[in-house]
Design a protein around this ligand. Structure first.
Ligand code: DWN
Length: 417
């Protein structure tokens, strides 16, 4: 693992300023089993920097991708109904706007378990998934989604192109932030995409992360945290044009980018760039107070949970999410505060959270055990989770959300807060 913050991951600039240090933490998606509980658990420093040359927020440490994403990677997209609906809408819109049909090709990078490509397969549109995680890839293939179990690279793009598999649409959702070879990855998208093709790329938006203090979305899988300013510089470097942007609420606030070889820049892009200049998102000053605000959330969440424990209350948590691992390990939320975690993902049940080793069960345990409170670690799906757990609420259970401010929800939706 390299932990130098010597140069920027995008522009190779050397003017990197420290934004936040989260200490040494376990890998957020490395859930433990009964047997690995007794083994030494590797921890890695996690430090966030801002590049003053191109405006990219990023972490210094690079954990080898084969350690992060290969065997036993526990994240399966299909366990989130809201994400499935979001993806279905995305696919239907692309089929319409790109006039996709049996002679088209849609390639998805980080296609996981086929949760998105299956929508194109149902319309008879040829697809190809590319994902290095063997578990989700196997599920995709079993569901009839052709998938290569490997990392996407520029070299692979040229090989596919050479086999006549140029893409009308390249989809890359929640992967651009994950790749150590950022420039190689973007060049690969350009190489794979037909001249009049469209790359549709979703990334968490750094403005939402900083404004809402979503510090728990910082972990070793997420190497970069993108602004429009930083994205423009990245794509322009490889003669690709960021032509349009849609702001989304998914994953705590994301951007859906429409990128192509042909220049056709929408006023939405221009106005977002202007907004970032006005709010100084392209300057270090905007990030300077983030660390202090994160410290305040840590203190107030610990006070809230410790106070409830002093009152004799029992507390559980919902969502064995990667962001949940960052939260419990950075804030210091262990078994002295939280009894157990629940999660719908069957591959996570029976395992333990990284670092604090909180046991993970199926969601039914929440009503079976009826803890007084439940901290929602997957707060980005809080409304859906609370609706699903209506019986827990009916029986008097109360939910807590940790960001943007730790608070107990009293019969209101999380987004109302
Ligand atoms: O970038 C990434 C994001 C997009 O997804 C990946 N690196 C890893 C992952 O991050 P995460 O684990 O923080 O993502 P989620 O999707 O916020 O995790 C939600 C967790 O909650 C999953 O384990 C599934 C679970 N869940 C559940 O148990 N019941 C989710 C919903 C909606 C539910 O109803």
């Amino acid at each position: 693992m390299s932990d130098s913050a010597a140069i920027c991951r995008s522009c190779a600039g050397s003017d990197l300023r420290l934004v936040l240090s989260l200490g040494k933490v376990a890998l957020a998606d490395r859930l433990l089993t009964d047997q690995t509980l007794s083994e030494p658990e590797p921890t890695y420093s996690l430090t966030v920097y801002f590049c003053s040359d191109c405006g990219l927020m990023q972490i210094a440490e690079t954990v080898p991708p084969e350690v992060l994403f290969c065997n036993d990677y526990p994240y399966y997209s299909s366990f989130s109904p809201a994400l499935l609906e979001h993806s279905h809408q995305n696919a239907e819109e692309l089929i319409r706007t790109c006039s996709l049909g049996p002679d088209s090709l849609v390639v998805e990078l980080a296609s996981n378990d086929g949760y998105l490509l299956k929508n194109f397969v149902e319309h008879g549109i040829p697809v190809l998934g590319i994902d290095p995680a063997d578990g989700p890839t196997r599920i995709a293939q079993e569901n009839g989604v052709e998938t290569l179990c490997t990392f996407f690279t520029e070299e692979l793009a040229h090989r596919l192109r050479g086999e006549g598999r140029a893409a009308d649409v390249v989809i890359a959702n929640n992967v651009l932030a994950h790749v150590a070879g950022l420039n190689d990855f973007v060049r690969g998208i350009g190489a794979l995409l037909k001249k009049n093709g469209t790359a549709v790329i979703e990334v968490p938006y750094v403005k939402d992360l900083v404004d809402n203090c979503e510090f728990d979305t910082i972990y070793h899988e997420h190497l970069c945290y993108f602004s429009v300013t930083a994205l423009m510089a990245l794509f322009a470097r490889h003669s690709l044009s960021l032509n349009d942007i849609r702001q989304l609420t998914i994953h705590g606030g994301s951007l859906r980018l429409y990128v192509g070889h042909e220049v056709d820049v929408s006023p939405r892009v221009t106005s977002l760039i202007e907004e970032e200049v006005t709010e100084k998102i392209d300057q270090f000053a905007y990030y300077q107070d983030f660390s202090g605000r994160v410290t305040k959330i840590r203190e107030s969440l610990l006070d809230l949970l410790s106070g409830l424990k002093r009152e004799g209350k029992r507390i559980a948590a919902y969502g064995a999410a990667a962001k949940g691992a960052t939260l419990i390990n950075y804030v210091g939320i262990g078994k002295e505060l939280i009894d157990f975690v629940v999660d719908r993902n069957i591959h996570k049940q029976g395992r333990y959270m990284p670092g604090k080793h909180l046991p993970i069960f199926a969601p039914e345990r929440l009503v079976d055990e009826m803890p007084d409170y439940c901290l929602i670690l997957a707060w980005n799906f809080a409304d859906e989770i609370m609706e699903q757990q209506a019986e827990y609420v009916r029986r008097g259970g109360k939910f807590i959300v940790p960001v943007p401010q730790p608070r107990v929800l009293h019969n209101e939706t999380a987004s109302a807060g």
